[in-house]
Design a protein around this ligand. Sequence first.
Ligand code: FAD
Ligand code: SF4
Ligand code: SF4
Length: 481
Amino acid sequence: MSDATLKFVEREQAYPSKRTTADRTGDFREIADRYATPAASEQAGRCSQCGVPYCSVHCPLHNHIPDWLRLTAEGRLREAYELSNATSTMPEICGRICPQDRLCEGNCVIEFSGHGAVTIGSVEKFITDKAWDEGWVEPLVAGTARGQSVGVIGAGPAGLSAAEYLRVMGYAVHVYDRHDRAGGLLTYGIPGFKLEKHVVMRRVERLAKGGIVFHHGFEVGRDATLDELRARHDAVLIATGVYRPRAIKAPGVGSAGVVDSLDFLIASNRKGFGDAVPEWDDGRLNAAGKHVVVIGGGDTAMDCVRTSVRQGAKSVKCLYRRDRANMPGSQREVGHAEEEGVEFVWLSAPDAFDAVADGRVSGVRATRMRLGAPDASGRRAPEPDPGSEFVLEADLVIKALGFDPEDLPAMFDAPELGVNRWGTLRVDNKSMMTSLEGVFAAGDIVRGASLVVWAIRDGRDVSERMHAWLKERAVQERAAA
Ligand code: FAD
Ligand code: SF4
Ligand code: SF4
């Protein structure tokens, strides 16, 4: 075993330092600095090189974590990058935004032994950022042309990952997305303080230079039916994510100033790109100078409260019907939000939205909740505590209750496209094919709202399944010719 590792007793866990709260809330840059090379090597050297690495087992990509940690500890950074790149299309993105406390780091044995997990995500981010700086990231090189083409609907992490692998296998790849930029939620959902946009755009540019053809502003359902795309390509991948916001049914919810989380986040991200965003400029989707109440307890809610702080809100409150221990969002993100001045109003649910004479929202009427027995998800179900009503002042209310799938069979004019009772696409577990021959699906549109790392994993898996199916089809076509 290398002398550079097993240092977890003598070396304390140290994440890259975070910028001060005052500094980071003044802009949309990432909040954590990047390791300097010696610090990355030192932290990687805390790994005990487990024979059965639980970190890898619990990483959805099964990254070769102990191996690239050892190479980093030994200063062999280019090899570390190449190994981490071998299992992931976006290691520096996962290093930034995976909930590591629930995945790799949360299952590190050093954590269980009380020494603090190896800082896997920060090291992963460091080695790939370093590779970009040093020019070690190779251009995408297409495989020998196979004479078959693939259409990918959706340029999020699932679609982009599949596109990359399929291009390397030699397919002509066309990616269709209704937005004007690729990246899906990496580009327009997740704010820059978690993931700076140049990190996403350099990945997209690499794919475009490698011959993947992007059709921006192309909405399947509006600009073509699914059948038309099937006629254009030998196989089609649906990777459209989930975008139907869950609604709140309460009086006054239609008041001006009660907005959906993704509208708010997209406007903010567009502004960051320097786009013209009239709804931001006229204040409809801008928290500056307002009392903001965000409703929800997931990661989207955390992104909304922290974006509001950066836009200069007067006050930011997060209303959530369960308590801190039972919220779906990452505890790390809640900690960041608290540091930045967000007030959490736990165990509270909205009853109604008050509005002033011109129809603008002025307050949220809410009731305190108490936790009852666990529900189907295993979390304790909240129930109202009678007589505990209260009012929060609000001139911007952001609804962040999660997302369901859109009605794809109707949108795509493809009633035979099978969905399950949640509206996500039904796929065969083995082939990842939908009910339509040659149409595959991956990412959130199959899993429901999930994580970037799972979308990348699905993109990787579906590319292999599509390759197998396309090869078989080519054989059949040759035999029939
Ligand atoms: P998406 O990223 O949603 O991409 C789907 C793409 O399909 C979009 O570009 C969309 O424009 C396009 N599309 C949809 N319909 C059509 C159509 N009809 N025609 C053409 N194009 C279409 N995960 C994490 O791991 N860490 C985080 O910190 C994190 N933060 C998040 C914050 C927010 C605000 C949100 C909403 C989600 C967050 N997630 C996070 C979840 C993560 O972003 C998703 O799980 C992931 O992006 C899903 O990838 P996908 O490729 O399946 O879909
Ligand atoms: Fe950890 Fe995510 Fe990287 Fe896997 S991809 S090693 S879970 S940060
Ligand atoms: Fe290293 Fe922790 Fe993974 Fe073990 S579980 S190999 S100590 S990172």
